[in-house]
Design a protein around this ligand. Structure first.
Ligand code: 1GP
Length: 252
């Protein structure tokens, strides 16, 4: 049986090992593009594959997960924009509570509705404090969640929000500038948050070059998530993995 995904995230975090996750939005890839991404993910020993989107309009989600599962041994985690995206074929789910916002549906309401489905699914549940950070443009996730993101220069608000998430029992914090963000989460914000929590810190949104991933990892992100940039250039996976491996060697 596969060890729990969260245990490996936690173990790597405790050892200071930097990890990389690819986000696949099933609306943005076809089968051959997906197979190419998975092939590159395998070749470069990607740590995790996330699947989901703020709004999925096509019908490729279940098939997308099936194809990924058939072609890789890397853990596949759902990163759902809503409870329609729950798919038992994945290994686990980042069960997101949008703690940066004040929309009760996304803090607890939709989780109540999803709870029996999740229980039956057998998915590994990873309770995740999800924080949106303002990024220079109105992203889909901000619009769809009907919440106000944390201003990117308010490191104190971000830090207190992450601390509260940990105190409430979240097992990870995900700071997201949103897919296609103009600006990624600032290094200073990542650094402050990391210094004040002990659970794994996931950071994503708007990371389009190795330098941006390096900034996030060196500021304290345990897992960097990249989606959009790979849809345009799947070969970017290799550059990101080289950067991850350099970050890990520098640390060792
Ligand atoms: C979005 O953090 C993820 O929720 C990834 O963002 O698509 O901009 O890489 P990008």
């Amino acid at each position: 049986m596969r060890p729990e995904v969260y245990s490996s995230i936690k173990e790597a975090t405790e050892k200071g090992i930097k990890q990389l996750a690819i986000l696949v939005d099933p609306d943005k890839v076809n089968t051959s593009e997906l197979l190419r991404i998975v092939e590159l993910a395998n070749l470069n020993r990607i740590d995790y594959l996330l699947v989901g989107g703020s709004l999925i309009t096509g019908d490729f989600l279940a098939e997308c997960i099936r194809i990924i599962k058939e072609n890789t041994t890397a853990p596949v985690l759902l990163f759902p924009g809503n409870s329609l995206q729950i798919q038992p074929e994945a290994d686990g789910i980042l069960l997101l509570s949008l703690i940066s916002g004040r929309n009760p549906e996304l803090l607890i309401g939709s989780h109540v509705v999803a709870a029996p489905v999740l229980r039956k699914s057998g998915l590994e549940i990873i309770p995740t404090g999800y924080m949106l950070i303002e990024s220079g443009r109105l992203t889909s996730v901000v619009y769809m969640s009907n919440t106000t993101p944390i201003p990117s220069d308010k490191t104190d608000i971000a830090t207190c929000t992450a601390m509260a998430g940990e105190m409430l029992g979240m097992k990870a914090i995900y700071m997201d500038a949103g897919s296609g963000a103009q600006r990624p989460v600032p290094g200073k914000t990542i650094e402050q948050v990391k210094q004040n929590i002990s659970i794994p810190l996931i950071v994503g949104g708007g990371i389009r070059c190795e330098a941006a991933a390096r900034v996030a990892w060196s500021a304290g992100a345990d897992i960097v998530v990249v989606g959009n940039a790979l849809e345009k250039d799947p070969a970017f996976i290799e550059k990101l993995c080289i950067e991850r491996d350099i970050s890990n060697k520098v640390k060792a």
